[in-house]
Design a protein around this ligand. Structure first.
Ligand code: ADP
Length: 494
């Protein structure tokens, strides 16, 4: 990877961004824009259109028209597959440009963004492109004289509300399967990470996606996101973000057309380290990287470290050593391991969590504060807090920042009890060389994803989804296609 090329891209002026509706770039209906501040230095990066309800309604209408005349779903599977494959190829060609633009907007360190953003978006789009001509309906085993056909139809218009931590990766998790199944889509990027996603939408059109099939409206969640969720003409709403917004979306669905709503929400994922872990040094390194990369702004981050009491002190010291050696700094520098916190507001919330944790009896083992203030950007030291009581705020609430809560446990039953003492159930990790214990823990820990002797697996082939208040439905894998299809039974008398 070439630092000079990254620096050159990092110095480019970013043009003002408008909506993309029906294949055209359009300004907000009332002409308003909103400022985009870069978390790297707190400076104005560019502006994006500040969308209105009228803009969202226009985008939904364009998506509906494109769906009704079958300009996309009516193409042959091979033709649709070729367009999506071309799109993935364009993303690869523009990978560095997309990654740098995204980093300047959201603050992720470039070493991670390069892989997790354009890299995984292209891989996801290829995966679902290949599924287009391999996904078919069924014939039910009915009695003689009847035929029961089960068709898998597109749902129509899909609304997708995307968060700011990994806009391209998470965007592709929703867009690719929705488009592969023949739907039209309206996209609402996050206020603080619109730019790379809007560029992704432009590339889709360059690849030959017909106008109106993929539309994108920028602006404030409570305005354009709400208009999308309240629309009578959006059939399925998919969302990744906070629990509070997820709750609101369910209400909007109830207040409008009862659209199906799929939520991927937060987590307080337990990473559980037993004394019999195969390699404690590796476990410590992965524990640190599993919470501190992207400044902890990862939905599956292992934010609760549960450590067997016998090894607690030595293990925490090792995690702290790894954390202190991680380089916090300019997200556009290839050697940076922890980039910027996404916004000033988010940074303030992170720091408040640290203050509360200490008030509730926690001990700061390392970090705890803002760093690199002189840059004007939003940076925080990787922070480890020990003595976190199971009911403490830091053990129960998601920070979405570089703050690790550590709690000791005595035995397997104690570890399971602590791990499951959560409203969330997104991800978890178990470190043990005991095969039977590993399988017992897989069964006992209530999460959608569990890792054994590793943490974090980016592969698109496996589903990602939560239980409890971490949400419903799955991104990734062929199972995700179910969200974007309706089953239709055709019952025929022969
Ligand atoms: P966070 O608190 O992590 O920013 P949010 O859930 O607020 O998470 O944001 C995730 C996405 O949800 C963003 O695209 C945001 O614009 C959108 N959003 C926020 N509030 C609403 C709302 N009331 N209705 C619809 N979308 C919203």
């Amino acid at each position: 990877m070439d630092q000079a090329a990254i620096d050159a891209l990092g110095n480019l002026t970013v043009p003002a961004q408008r909506h993309i509706i029906n294949g055209q770039t359009v300004a907000a209906s009332d002409g308003q824009d909103m400022e985009v501040l870069s978390p790297l230095n707190g400076q104005r990066l560019t502006t994006v259109a500040k969308g209105t309800k009228a803009d969202m309604d226009a985008a939904v209408a364009a998506a509906r028209a494109a769906f009704e005349d079958r300009r996309w779903a009516g193409q042959t599977p091979a033709a649709r597959k070729n367009i999506l494959l071309k799109w993935a190829e364009l993303i690869d060609t523009h990978a560095l440009e997309l990654a740098v633009l995204g980093v300047r907007d959201n603050g992720t360190e470039i070493s991670m963004a390069l892989k997790a953003e354009p890299g995984s978006a292209a891989a996801t789009i290829r995966y679902y492109a290949e599924a287009i001509d391999k996904h078919y309906g069924e014939i039910a085993p009915t009695q003689d004289g009847f035929l029961g056909l089960i068709h898998k139809e597109p749902v129509g218009v899909v609304g997708a509300i995307i968060p700011w931590n990994f806009p391209l990766m998470i965007g592709a998790w929703k867009l690719a399967p929705a488009l592969a199944m023949g739907n039209s889509v309206v996209l609402k990027p996050a206020e603080t990470a619109s730019l790379s996603l809007m560029r992704l939408v432009e590339l889709a059109h360059e690849a030959g996606l017909p106008p109106g099939v993929l539309n994108a409206v920028t602006g404030e969640g409570p305005v354009v996101g709400e208009a999308m969720a309240l629309s009578m003409d959006v059939d399925v709403l998919v969302f990744t973000g906070s629990g509070g917004t997820g709750r609101r979306l369910l209400t909007y669905a109830a207040q409008s057309n009862l659209k199906r709503v799929y939520l991927e929400l937060g987590g307080k994922s337990p990473n559980i380290v037993f004394a019999d872990a195969p390699d404690l040094q590796e476990a410590a390194k992965v524990a640190a990287f599993g919470i501190f990369r992207n400044a902890g702004q990862v939905c599956v981050a292992g934010s609760r470290l549960l450590v067997e009491a016998a090894i607690h002190d030595d293990f925490v010291a090792e995690v702290a050593r790894v954390a202190e050696a991680m380089k916090v700094g300019n997200p556009l520098d290839l050697s940076t391991e922890i980039g910027a916190v996404n916004s000033e507001n988010q940074l303030r919330q992170n720091l408040q969590f640290v203050t509360t944790a200490v008030e509730e009896g926690g001990t700061i083992a390392t970090g705890g504060g803002q760093v690199l203030q002189e840059t004007g950007g939003y940076f925080m030291a990787p922070t480890i807090i020990t003595d976190v009581a199971p009911k403490a705020t830091l053990a129960q609430q998601e920070v979405f920042g570089p703050v690790l809560a550590v709690t000791p446990f005595n035995d397997e039953a104690d570890a399971i009890r602590l791990a499951n003492d959560s409203i969330y159930g997104l991800a978890g990790g178990v470190w043990t060389a005991n095969l039977s214990r590993a399988h017992r823990m897989i069964g006992a820990v209530r999460t959608g994803v569990i890792h054994v002797n590793t943490y974090g697996g980016p592969d698109v082939t496996v589903p990602l989804g939560g239980v409890g208040q971490s949400g419903n439905g799955h991104d990734k894998s062929l199972h995700a296609l179910e969200k974007y299809t309706n089953l239709k039974t055709a019952w025929i008398k022969l």
